[in-house]
Every structure is written in C-alpha cells, then in structure tokens.
Design a protein around this ligand. Sequence first.
Ligand SMILES: [Zn+2]
Length: 67
Amino acid sequence: MPIIASCGHTLSESEGMGISLAIKGQSKDGSRCIRYIVACQKCATRYRSDGQVLETKQDEYNYINHN
Ligand SMILES: [Zn+2]
C-alpha cells in the first residue's frame, strides 16, 4: 500500500514513514503558524535549504512570537 507524504509524493520503501518536519506556515487570517508535515526525502531537503524548517522548539517559539 503506497504511503503519500504531505508534500504529495509517494514515499519509497527506504523512506519508510517519511520525515516529520515543523515548517513555517500562515493561517487564513495571516498570522504565523506552524505546520507539522511529513515530507519525502527530496522535499525535506528542499524545505531545509529554503529555510522553512523550524528545527527546535525554540525556533518554533521565535517564529510564532516574532511579528
Ligand atoms: Zn515530496
């Protein structure tokens, strides 16, 4: 049974259940929020190189509280 990650890609066997990430998001009213997603290897690398990943709880806190 194929597993589809949040990014829309099918995960390969070596990727298992995918990579859990907290990424920068925006809610409908425009305020900052955190999106918890599961990405494939390729997209996880892309999110990281784009600076979209909140790696630690401190990163998450800083992102949410810096407006
Ligand atoms: Zn992907």
